[in-house]
Write a protein that binds this ligand. Sequence first.
Ligand SMILES: Nc1nc2c(c(=O)[nH]1)N[C@H]1C(S)=C(S)[C@@H](COP(=O)(O)OP(=O)(O)OC[C@H]3O[C@@H](n4cnc5c(=O)[nH]c(N)nc54)[C@H](O)[C@@H]3O)O[C@H]1N2
Ligand SMILES: Nc1nc2c(c(=O)[nH]1)N[C@H]1C(S)=C(S)[C@@H](COP(=O)(O)OP(=O)(O)OC[C@H]3O[C@@H](n4cnc5c(=O)[nH]c(N)nc54)[C@H](O)[C@@H]3O)O[C@H]1N2
Ligand code: SF4
Ligand SMILES: [Mo]
Length: 898
Amino acid sequence: MNSEHQTATSVRTTCPYCGVGCGVSAGPGQVAGDQQHPANQGRLCVKGSALHETLVPAGRLLQPRLAGVDSDWSEALKAASGAIREAVATHGPGSVAFYLSGQLLTEDYYVANKLAKGFVGTPHVDTNSRLCMSSAVAAHKRAFGEDCVPGCYEDVERADLLVLAGSNAAWAHPVLYQRMKAASRQGRRVVVIDPRRTATAELADLHLKLKPGTDTILFNGLLVWLADNSGLDQGYIARHCHGFEETLEAATQAAPSARSVAEQCDLPVADVETFYQWFAQTPRTVTGFSQGINQASAGTDKCNSIINCHLATGRVGLPGAGPFSLTGQPNAMGGREVGGLANTLAAHMDYDSPGARTSVARFWGTDRIPEVPGLKAVELFEAVHRGEIKVLWIMGTNPAVSLPESAHVREALARCPTVIVSDCMAETDTTAYADILLPAAGWGEKDGTVTNSERCISRQRAFLPLPGEVKPDWWIMANVARELGYGKAFDYRKPADIFREHAALSGIAVQASGSRRQFDIDCLKTLSDFDYEQLQPVQWPVSLAPDGRITGTSRLFDQGGFATPDGRARLVPIHTVNAGQQPSSAQPLVVNAGRIRDQWHTMTRTALAPRLLAHRQEPFIEVHPNDAEALTLAEGELGRLTGRNGGEYVGRIRVTSDQRPGEVFVPIHWNSQFASKGTATDLMMAVTDPVSGQPEGKHGVARLQPVPSRWHARVMRRPASGWQPELASPAGYWARQPLSHSESWWLAGNQPVDWELEADAWLGGAAQVVMGDVACGRFRAARIVDGQLQAVLLVAPSASELPDLAWLDQCFEAECLSPEQRQCLLAARAVDGENTGALVCSCFQVGENQIAKAIQAGDDSVEALGQALKCGTNCGSCIPELRGLLSNCSAPEAAEVS
Ligand SMILES: Nc1nc2c(c(=O)[nH]1)N[C@H]1C(S)=C(S)[C@@H](COP(=O)(O)OP(=O)(O)OC[C@H]3O[C@@H](n4cnc5c(=O)[nH]c(N)nc54)[C@H](O)[C@@H]3O)O[C@H]1N2
Ligand SMILES: Nc1nc2c(c(=O)[nH]1)N[C@H]1C(S)=C(S)[C@@H](COP(=O)(O)OP(=O)(O)OC[C@H]3O[C@@H](n4cnc5c(=O)[nH]c(N)nc54)[C@H](O)[C@@H]3O)O[C@H]1N2
Ligand code: SF4
Ligand SMILES: [Mo]
């Protein structure tokens, strides 16, 4: 069908990465921001604008595989349904579990939840949202009676005070950050609360670099300050809230004064007071919060301590005012709507919501719904490890990387009798354990809806054919359901059929709650196929205007009306301070973990676009200069972190005073596919929040040591050459970096290697060009067949001596090397003699050295650099780094003057 959303060349769809949920106009080989989408109005960040570069055949799973052998759908569906049927018959429905993802479409998610809870009859359905949003979900339910984000994106622009707590929006929600930035104006203030100085702190008028885990103290103290300084909205409290007195009392005990807060949070008292004054003075305040708040053993309390302050000031659901949970995944919200979490049933109903089980059972036409909630992610994998789960179906998530104590998780997967994995990629750390591996459709191939951080439902539309035997997730599950004999309940022809059913169930949930529930899209249950195809982004609750137009709702609760029995919100007393695991003499450092600008989670997709791996090329460890000095670690060397249970992480040292002393930061992205020991979760203990069950993914402890390395090397080979670092001599460390025309590895080792002897093994055949000063530990070899470059090996005594390799990658493109290229290979430097340095601007491929040169030449502002080199002029994500370079590289005389 050709409609206004689909031309011959492009469709209007939604970005599959973060929860901002940007509209994308996409077609084969090209993407652009959708000017009409309310979330981004045409903008895209660097990940979004590289989407088409990730739609490549490399690594795709194209066929079902049984026990590692290619198979077909008929066999695979039989195998999956057979395993489920047998487990249910022998061990009961509770022996089957589903582990889902906030990256599934709502339609996929709905079918998974219905199949598992309604027909297989198991309560054990949880999702990676447990690791992501479950503390925010639990806090919303405690405060508002329902899991609702009261505000919308426009509020972050209209706020006069924008507080960002535990959020690195500049890198994790880049387009929303751009909107925050563009809304800068006289008098608008930004406070960033984060133990690290991040790219987001660039926007801050005040950065509270607090001790990790102490956020509840800061916000308890704020409540006390508001009470002491006439900062409360007594009218709102009286009309719409419950529990204020107890909450204030608990806060007063925990955080009696700004001085006490400053001590406990390790902050200057003046900064605490400034924050409190600004908050008290500014009715239009938005507090955005993300994983620095949620991923903690007091995550739910942290969220509620923030919401408490907003309720007590009546700043909820007003233009420019409200607490704002920034959702991580593209459809974390949709998953919550269908009830994908273990402790929810369906459509924002819990197992114990009055009438819920009966209404859902009637609606689905089943009598198999379990009585009680199931196991949450960490507990679920414990049960797998104990052997209680016989069939585990994992969909759209990579738990071998993303769950804490990943070694234990891998052990659990290895033990589980039947692991079913639905994924788009053939080789991930999780698919390695699949007994039944099912090829799922990916972005661009699938159709359905997602809901972003501001409750906005948008369509994802397909614009590519399904490759190989690939099928959409809903299709796979509906067919397994058919094999199990539930065909009637899963007789879907297309996503629109599922969406209508999901919409209708939301109406049943609203009825059952006596119209207290906000999640209501009932009126969409009658959408025609054509209307579903045309559906415009719309924020729930959704209603129909008298003229039949679909109307959304931007803000909730400004007039109270909470989803509690008395309609009042709850302030939640926060008594205890649970700051997470504390360092000890054995593990003296605190480990913080989070995201980098250009990678998405476990890298299965973003690492397919070489330019997204150019900004940070290897796993790294950010360390404060004091700690680096004490441990004799220098920038660019390798360091090893060892966690409490012996888990290890090896990465490149980055020395930076952005860190607090005693604390290190590691990225969450690398895993066994990309590095020898780069899995951050290996360091993390499975400690969870007692209310939400969310693991404290931001609070590990570890010991840091240098990794002695006699040699550092880089190997480059033609793509898909099948080489593995294990095939060569003992390397203590490796990290893989796909480039545009080659595949490359960073390597290091302490064992002496006779390079002359070993080169052929590393290069996959006879080395024709060899340059070496073996005594000094420098060696270069290349393998050239019929004039074409096959492989390169570069060895140096320190990593900093290894040349920048962008130009070398170009040599792999050539059918036949030119004489100049051969010369350069020998000299290991670029044809034009320019080493562009580490990539800063991914959009225009501008490196650090180029920028430094331009600064030396007089380009002394971000704008001037943009004019000279174009850097920072597309998505703007690199502007904080440009500013950093500007302040570091400024000419010496200028530094003297200032
Ligand atoms: N580029 C990129 N963007 C992404 C993703 C991605 O993988 N890559 N993933 C998406 C997903 S699923 C999510 S959930 C979001 C996450 O988005 P964010 O939560 O913004 O990102 P993180 O880097 O995980 O963590 C944010 C910050 O929390 C800080 N922090 C750690 N401990 C504490 C603490 O005790 N208190 C406070 N106040 N702060 C603390 C960290 O220093 C870090 O800077 O990002 C989404 N966007
Ligand atoms: N220590 C620590 N741990 C963390 C975090 C942290 O900050 N610190 N963050 C946590 C958070 S917030 C999150 S959200 C998780 C993320 O962790 P994961 O969800 O495990 O990471 P992803 O790489 O997004 O995994 C998605 C998988 O689904 C596949 N896939 C993509 N699209 C589809 C599809 O349409 N269908 C199917 N079937 N498969 C698909 C991808 O190839 C990939 O294998 O990590 C969590 N773990
Ligand atoms: S901000 Fe998020 S949704 Fe928007 S383009 Fe970037 S990754 Fe995609
Ligand atoms: Mo997340």
